[in-house]
Ligand binder design. Sequence first.
Ligand SMILES: [Zn+2]
Length: 491
Amino acid sequence: MYSKDIMSRTIESIRKPLILCTAILLGCMQTTLAATAPPENLLLICADTVRYDVFEALNQRGDTFSRFQNKGLTYKNAQSAAPWTLPSVATVLTGEYPNQHGAGLFSGEFANLDDTLPTPLNPGSETLAQTLLNQDFKTQLITAHPFFVAGFGIDAGFKQIDQRRGWEKLVQVLSKALDKFAHKSNTVGTNPQAAPETAGNAELPQKKVNKKRFFAYLHTMEPHEWHTKDKQTRAEFQHKAPSWLRDFAVSIAPAATCKDETMCDKWITYVAAVYETRLALTEVFNQLESRSLLDETLIVFYSDHGEEFYDHKEYAQELAEDPRGFYGKGHGQSLFQELIHVPLWVMSPNINSGSVSEIVSLKSVKPAIEYWLGLSGNTQSPLPQADTDKGAKHGIAISTAIAYGSHQTSARLGDEKGIYFEEGERLEGYNLSEDPFEDSPSKEQQYIFAIEPTIIDYLESQPQAEKGEVSVSNESLEKLKAIGYLQGKEN
Ligand SMILES: [Zn+2]
């Protein structure tokens, strides 16, 4: 065995240049922020189950959302903290990794979301909605996902909650909410009661004195659902997509996907659903633009995890750990890149457009939002705001909280990635610049040397609270079953 000291020094040699790059960047970043006041409002959007590769390939091809996307900042190497909804969303909302926020964990040696309820959010973990509510924001959750309303705690801090199926209905609710918010903004200044407050404060814009800031969270689910339907429903859904989409989807399919006819058809449906999500985003942005809210709103878009389409079927079959008895499809079952490399994109009047190559974790989203809204004491952005010449070689991200099988934790340090399996205490290393699809674990020990201490640090960090328990209503359980979870759980 090698000593932890030696490994810590290896990590330090990786971290130091990173800190230096960030420090150099800070100069330009602060100039940008000083020139523009923080945005008033926040719109956080999650499209469930969107792989980075598909989302970005559609943008490269060009569609209605590209007009907006190219005005924002794209994170090219963002990693989710978990390969399924509950622990991943909880990390975004709390800024904590799963062993701290506690949501979406399973006790015992194996995780099994097929017949066991996962743990809820620790009451001690403060959500973004709670933080912003304390700052007097109006908070509204508009979601298609039943996990938000099933008692797991991730709805904490939202004063108004609406659950609807299908993005059109979600956008209708958002549209009404925006009308209310925009109305407030327009009427301020004509309200005579506002006058005494503004007296002696002539340098302050009037709308700032009286206006209530808003935080709306929108969570859509098209790419989670459509490819899991039967053949005829898939065909009907595909029929709505433009004629070029089928060939395009096949051209960007993972190597093994279209060797299987059914899996290929599911993939095409999935790509059509991601395309549909981009139409939904376009509609959301049109709504914001028509109310002149784009220049006063921070918009953050992410996905909570990806989806597997036989990317690692043979590997999983050999491992034989998935309690559902099928392999290589869905999400929650591994920490390979198809499940944790996700879109992260921001647009705000105080953020320049462009892209960032550095590895970032969705754990940084909450502190970055607080920074961008001007609410934190941070002197620098928790997420890089411009590219460094080091690109993807830098940055650290942890992923964990498997839903099916033995517990796993992965660490990504730049191009290097390790996945630790608690069963058998096994660590596999990959170099993602040489082996981007994680086809075979590296035999070179240097990857293991660099990554092991990061994983040990994570595993040794103490949870904030005991793993909690949750009781879920039959209605919520039925809704979760309808989207494929807890198939073996009795009501
Ligand atoms: Zn999800």
